[in-house]
Design a protein around this ligand. Structure first.
Ligand SMILES: [Mn+2]
Length: 291
């Protein structure tokens, strides 16, 4: 029975009548944070984002569009395989392969950053010319960390084992070896402060291939706007700056997948959760608003 007056359903953006078959975007909540080394809790991120997203205004005054009818299906939460991070990555890869095979856009809601490996691993098997745009305060580029080859601190390194087409934005924490090895793939936050947004967008448009995967570690944002992360790093990107850069890229490139990771909710503080949900909605608006 449906109540005469009921709150929006429990799914991303609280949308009625969503089906997998009819979806353009398929969201998978991944409540996984087993390799977190500092402050764990990002396994609670997906629930916090979905909860916040049910309160979002679906018309965007910024773009003049309402993209809630493109088909955005939210799956049940993925059960991580706690035997190893590799096993969880493999599970994600299988799920994302199914979504990508049907021509739909996978959206992972994290959870820790390690989950990106499953998503990108699946998409690279389908698209050989795919670029990854990686927003993160940290370069995540150690060959291993605390003995683990597959973990949040080495996820970018593992991605770079898979592809050369990875570009990082907003980094302000990196080890010396990685800085020497991967410096040319990184747009550091310190340099972004001195560049105008148009030139940043142009640099990215020239580097990225036609198809783009967006991986967003929310700690790329300044902790004043995004305190709810496991490893907050000062002097970060601002929400409007991030939106403008993503908009500039997606006006010219095709989004084939994305993830938004590392939200580590702080009890009683809902603004960062809402920001994360809104960010996802705006990314989909930039990508599908013209369709
Ligand atoms: Mn990260």
């Amino acid at each position: 029975m449906e109540l005469l007056n009921q709150l929006p359903p429990y799914n991303l953006f609280g949308l009625e009548n969503q089906t997998f078959e009819g979806a353009k975007v398929v969201a998978i909540p991944v409540p996984y944070d087993s390799t977190s080394s500092y402050k764990s809790g990002s396994k609670d991120g997906p629930h916090a984002i979905i909860e916040a997203s049910r309160n979002i205004e679906l018309y965007s005054e910024e773009t003049g569009t309402d993209i809630s009818d493109i088909g955005i299906f939210t799956t049940e939460e993925l059960a991580p395989n706690l035997s190893s991070p590799e096993a969880t990555v493999e599970q994600i890869k299988k799920e994302v392969s199914i979504i990508a095979e049907k021509g739909k856009v996978p959206l992972l809601i994290g959870g820790e950053h390690t989950i990106t490996l499953g998503s990108v691993g699946a998409l690279l098997e389908k698209e050989n010319d795919l670029s990854i745009l990686y927003f993160d305060a940290h370069s995540d580029s150690r060959d291993s960390y605390l003995g683990a080859k597959v973990c949040h601190a080495s996820v970018a390194r593992r991605l770079m084992d898979l592809t050369e087409n990875l570009y990082m934005l907003g980094v302000r924490s990196i080890d010396k070896e990685s800085a020497q090895k991967y410096g040319s793939k990184i747009l550091y936050m310190k340099d972004m402060h001195n560049k105008d947004r148009k030139s940043i967008i142009n640099t990215l448009l020239n580097s990225l291939s036609e198809k783009v995967y967006l991986s967003i570690d929310l700690d790329v944002l300044d902790p004043s706007e995004m305190p709810s992360v496991g490893t907050p790093e000062p002097d970060g990107m601002h929400f409007n700056e991030m939106k403008e850069i993503i908009k500039g890229v997606l006006e010219r490139k095709t989004l084939v997948g994305l993830d938004v990771v590392e939200l580590n909710p702080i009890p009683g503080l809902v603004a960062p959760n809402y920001l994360a949900a809104k960010l996802i909605y705006m990314i989909l608006s930039y990508s599908f608003g013209g369709v």
